[in-house]
Design a protein. Sequence first.
Length: 66
Amino acid sequence: MIIGLTGGIASGKSTVSKYLAEKGFKVYDADKIAKDISEKKSVQEEIILTFGNKILDENGNIDRKN
């Protein structure tokens, strides 16, 4: 069985995910996976090539908040 959880900020996704994990279900967190992938230098370079320097913060890192 595959279950997908979606919802807005503070809608309970993490709470439900934690509950399901405690019950033995395998939980994949797409946000965490995407963050892990985007921390690779080669991926960051592609993101910057695609979206330009406007996505960088004052330290030259990808600004994930905007």
